[in-house]
Design a binder for this molecule. Structure first.
Ligand SMILES: *Cc1c(COP(=O)(O)O)cnc(C)c1O
Length: 429
């Protein structure tokens, strides 16, 4: 692929620049085995994160009572949506919704990665201080809370990551600073300030907010910076979803193999959350799982980065796009270079969605299933349409009509659970 200077001659880049909904299935993707080995990542990383979440589960159950029935597991339902499936015109296969819009702790997929990274930091502080308890419920006790109060987590976030980090930090007694763009929703800032989190607002874009946070944190040894672009801890937390979903599918008697393929559609911002989930799913299902990323037309950062091979060295601004979108969780101009470079062999394709369509899909999902997700989350609903339109992709992956009939389509609803009632109502008018 030529650099962006010639984008007007490149049909896909011209369509992206014009803000037209587009899809690209990466012809360089070969096998899952090749993609996994090219990633340079290992299963151990995911095992460690899963074990850490298990160790903390008794504390989580105590700190977040909505998880107590699940004994401190932060997990969401995976459920059928027959009305929405009919609405989408999806005749072959079965549509399932992954309900991270109601994921405990912070009502978005960010509760997977963000909670894990804060717990990893807290655990490391306890180890260093010689205070690591056998029973992790002691993270609620005075000595550990005194230790935590001397330390701070810092993050730059368009919103939901800041919520998950801020809420978890506050629950542990850690100090927290969240750098946000002024575009971030007001209620998210208010909620965090109510928990005692320092919210710093930046009038420039998300990337500038992250840089500001990183700089401030590096100057201080009692501070941990959550780096959305490069964090392995966040990624590992997201990747634990792979084994959880595998378990849910097994429990529901749903087969996944070459003859019964699994398609998973994931809204993508900087790429950490969908990248981590994709990695975890690839470990579980190998070549039987097909992951596709969804981005707003104003911010197709990951598609642009992988398509041009420039990853984090190119911004959507070079196509004249401004990242202004109702999908505030996906309003990212430059993708994570970590995810793009390592994960590109495991991501089958990418597509974009207009703001108007996202708004319409929020209403349709509510009308059909009674689910109120945020605009970012419903970007995943267009996935089944796009895979069925690209015959070159289906041929390349040996996906026949018979397999599509057996397919399970998981639409990942990535957020919406903490939206205040008046904001929810505004989505429906
Ligand atoms: C953050 C977010 C995403 C995407 O996650 P990234 O790691 O930024 O790619 C998707 N949906 C919602 C609701 C989010 O908040």
């Amino acid at each position: 692929m030529a650099g962006c200077s010639g984008f007007r001659e490149d049909p896909l880049l011209a369509r992206l620049a014009a803000g037209e909904p587009s899809a690209w299935f990466n012809p360089a993707v070969t096998t899952t085995a090749a993609g996994l080995s090219a990633s340079g990542l290992s299963r151990t990383m995911v095992d460690d994160a899963a074990a850490r979440l298990d160790r903390f589960a008794p504390w989580i159950a105590q700190a977040f009572p909505e998880t107590s029935a699940a004994r401190g597991a932060i997990e969401s339902p995976l459920e059928a949506a027959p009305e929405m499936q009919r609405e989408l015109g999806l005749a072959a296969g079965t549509l399932l919704l992954k309900r991270d819009d109601i994921l405990p702790v912070s009502g978005s997929i960010k509760a997977r990665g963000g909670v894990h990274e804060v717990l990893e930091y807290a655990e490391s502080l306890a180890v260093e201080a010689g205070l690591l308890p056998a029973d992790y419920r002691a993270f609620g006790s005075a000595p550990l809370r005194r230790l935590m109060a001397q330390h701070r987590v810092v993050v730059g976030s368009t919103g939901n990551l800041g919520l998950s980090i801020g809420i978890t930090a506050a629950a542990l007694g850690l100090q927290a600073t969240v750098h946000m763009s002024t575009h971030a929703q007001a209620w998210k800032k208010e909620l965090l300030r109510g928990l005692g989190v320092d919210v710093v607002e930046h009038s420039t874009d998300y990337t500038a907010a992250v840089d500001a946070g990183r700089k401030a944190a590096q100057a201080d040894p009692t501070t941990h910076f959550v780096d959305d672009e490069h964090s392995v801890s966040l990624f590992a937390g997201y990747a634990v979803a792979g084994r959880r979903v595998a378990r849910q599918l097994r429990d529901q008697g749903i087969t996944v193999d070459t003859d019964y393929p699994l398609f998973v559609y994931l809204p993508c911002g900087i790429g950490g959350a969908p990248g981590g989930v994709t990695y975890g799913l690839a470990l579980e299902f190998g070549g039987a799982v097909h992951c596709i990323f969804a981005e707003p037309v104003a911010a197709p950062a990951m598609m642009l980065g992988v398509y041009t091979g420039l990853h984090d060295q190119i911004s959507v601004s070079e196509l004249g796009l401004d990242t202004h979108t109702v999908a505030d969780g996906l309003a990212v101009g430059q993708p994570s270079g970590f995810v793009g470079r390592r994960m590109q062999g495991l991501i089958d394709g990418y597509y974009t969605v207009t703001d108007q369509h996202l708004k319409d899909q929020v209403k349709t999902l509510y009308a059909t299933e009674g689910i109120l997700a945020e605009p970012s989350a419903v970007a995943s609903l267009d996935g089944p349409h796009w895979i069925s339109t690209d015959t070159a992709y289906l041929d390349r992956k040996n996906l026949t009509g018979r397999q599509l009939k057996n397919a399970t389509h998981v639409v990942w609803l990535t957020g919406g659970g903490m939206i205040p009632a008046e904001v929810q109502r505004s989505y429906l008018v």
